[in-house]
Ligand binder design. Structure first.
Ligand SMILES: Nc1ncnc2c1ncn2[C@@H]1O[C@H](COP(=O)(O)OP(=O)(O)O)[C@@H](O)[C@H]1O
Ligand SMILES: Cc1cn([C@H]2C[C@H](O)[C@@H](COP(=O)(O)OP(=O)(O)O)O2)c(=O)[nH]c1=O
Length: 212
């Protein structure tokens, strides 16, 4: 596969959406149609439909393993429909969340077990890991504070989880980063957005010196 697969990870409120928007605009100007921006779990009609089921506040009774399987199913479809064809075309793929989100949120957040969720996801991703993962690290209290401060009325099921859930998620991301330091690069996302963005660019340039 000729392309480059870069995923963005982090707790809610870390700034992934903001960073990808600004970096995406900048990269678009340079790469044009060589760039693909996408996000988990959506990006195609099947994955979007699965996402609606997962995030619907009516489905609070959903079993944690059911949730993990649905995320993996949405991931598989997104991989086959969007990511693999883009990489085959030689595109640079920036993806908002991928398999590490399931390890952190379902494995640790919902306490199913990180190893179990990782193993189950191998069936979905069939060995296709990102070339580079940008992990935006933020303390749970700060991530939640940012989301509450800028809330526009939309509330999804995961937003109402307790602080401890978000703390488990963050600790899991930190463990993943320590376990896979070559792939996962940590950025301190508590800094102002322009600083975070320049750190992300610097990190991407270390791996791909001519990308920007
Ligand atoms: N570095 C930052 N400093 C302060 N506020 C930020 C920063 N990055 C993002 N925000 C704000 O925090 C909120 C959550 O950011 P967002 O990009 O949606 O995060 P995520 O996609 O990781 O959940 C938004 O309102 C955004 O404007
Ligand atoms: C991809 C993925 C997301 N999630 C969660 C994380 C988020 O709370 C939510 C995605 O909602 P989204 O609106 O995309 O949030 P964000 O802007 O923070 O990425 O789904 C999982 O629990 N497991 C997963 O595998």
């Amino acid at each position: 596969m000729a392309g480059k697969f870069i995923s963005f990870e982090g707790p809610d409120g870390a700034g992934k959406t903001s960073v990808i928007k600004i970096l995406g605009d900048e990269l678009q100007a340079k790469l044009g149609n060589q760039l693909m921006l996408t996000r988990e779990p959506g990006g195609n009609s099947i994955s979007e439909a699965i996402r609606q089921i997962i995030l619907d506040p009516k489905n609070t009774q959903m079993d944690a393993r059911t949730e993990a399987l649905l995320y993996a199913a949405a991931r598989r479809q997104h991989l086959v429909e969007q990511i693999i064809p883009a990489l085959d075309r030689g595109q640079v793929v920036l993806c908002d969340r991928y398999v590490d989100s399931s390890i952190a949120y379902q494995g640790a957040g919902r306490e199913i077990g990180e190893r179990e969720v990782w193993n189950m996801n191998q069936f979905a991703i069939d060995g296709l890991e990102p070339d580079l993962t940008i992990y935006l690290d933020i303390k749970s209290e700060e991530g939640i504070r940012r989301i509450m401060e800028h809330r526009t009325g939309e509330i999804n099921r995961l937003d109402v989880e307790q602080l401890e859930f978000h703390q488990r998620v963050r600790q899991s991301y930190l463990h993943l980063q320590r376990a896979y330091p070559q792939r996962i690069k940590l950025i301190d996302a508590s800094q102002p957005l322009d600083v975070v963005i320049s750190m992300v660019k610097k990190t991407i340039l270390q791996k791909y010196p001519n990308l920007f």
